[in-house]
Design a binder for this molecule. Structure first.
Ligand SMILES: C=C(OP(=O)(O)O)C(=O)O
Length: 316
């Protein structure tokens, strides 16, 4: 999943397709062809496994976002079957973009593992479900992406050790994340990227950032911080930025408000590539682009700088 600049942008469709395959397919096409994203990601839940009967049958906590009479019905409305995920994967292939999904429970994990995607995600909500993760480690040999919102430092240590114990830590991508919709800038805690690099960078495959904030400035900063952190610590390659993606932020649903619309996702993909290509040291004292300026603006008879060199020569 390497993009040319070393950082892949994941367009997280999640449930923003409103349960409609046509919208989901249109989102794949737009993310790939118009925005230049590298991965399109969905979510998979087996709601009867995941939710207790009482939660399943109770109303959505935020009724204006609900697609059903109960929370369970709402979730089922937004859910695609394993067969539909196969179609989405095929659609991604047709548009030359990687398909991925987060798995929220064992049933979903086994359905998605069967599709053999290049990468599977374990969302923040599931990162302490070791049955799911053990299954994924055992049955799936691609990259495993794990997000760390709502996770204590102790839980995180245990999580990394768990993957090491199963010999899969080097296939692990660990994401800095704050779980909120949307997350205000002061709660993004972007320096957690550097914390993950410093503490786990030599133990895991790579580091990522899953953002739920507004706008794209923070992702551009994350790109710079991630590259600088890897350089500083000599470890912890920064490889993925994930953002929710929607065709319309005004649509009904929890995630739309913290999602990027197509023109923003396109700008994000372009800005990340621009910033990534700017993150180098000078490979020589004077770059080729500077040579004519150095002659014209600095070391030419009559310029200030030239005058002061003459002065310097006189003194020495
Ligand atoms: C909720 C998800 O991700 P995160 O924990 O990164 O927000 C997800 O990928 O389904």
């Amino acid at each position: 999943m390497k993009s040319d600049c070393g950082i892949s942008v994941i367009a997280e469709v999640g449930c923003n397709h409103k349960g409609d395959m046509e919208i989901a397919c249109r989102m794949i096409e737009i993310a790939a062809r118009e925005c230049g994203a590298d991965v399109v990601k969905f979510q998979k839940r087996d709601n009867k496994t995941l939710l207790s009967e009482s939660v399943y049958n109770s109303p959505h906590p935020v009724p204006k976002n609900s697609y059903g009479r109960t929370y369970g019905e709402h979730r089922e409305f937004l859910e695609f079957s394993a067969g539909q995920h196969r179609e989405l994967q095929e659609e991604c292939r047709r548009h030359g973009i990687e398909y991925s999904t987060s798995v929220w429970d064992l049933v979903s994990a086994s359905e998605i593992v069967a599709l053999k995607p290049a990468m599977i995600k374990v969302p923040s909500a599931t990162n302490q479900n070791f049955d799911v993760q053990e299954f994924v480690c055992r049955e799936f040999d691609g990259e495993i992406h794990v997000s760390t919102g709502m996770t204590t430092r102790v839980e995180l240590d245990a999580l990394i050790s768990f993957y090491e114990g199963l010999g899969r830590a080097k296939d692990l991508v660990v994401y800095a994340c704050t779980s909120g919709y949307p997350v205000p800038p002061e709660d993004v805690c972007l320096l957690e990227i550097n914390h993950l690099q410093e503490r786990y960078g030599d133990r895991v495959g790579a580091i990522g950032f899953s953002g739920h904030h507004l706008g794209i400035a923070i992702d551009v900063a994350a790109t710079a911080l991630g590259a600088a952190g890897a350089e500083r610590y000599g470890q912890g390659r920064f490889s993925y930025i994930e953002r929710h993606f929607t065709l319309d932020r005004a649509w009904k649903g929890t995630d739309h408000s913290a999602s990027l619309e197509p023109q923003e996702l396109r700008q994000l993909c372009s800005d990340i590539k621009t910033v990534a290509s700017a993150l180098t040291y000078k490979p020589m004292d004077i770059l080729d682009i500077e040579v004519p300026q150095r002659h014209k603006l600095k070391w030419r008879e009559g310029t200030q700088a030239f005058q002061s060199k003459k002065l310097l020569n006189k003194v020495s």
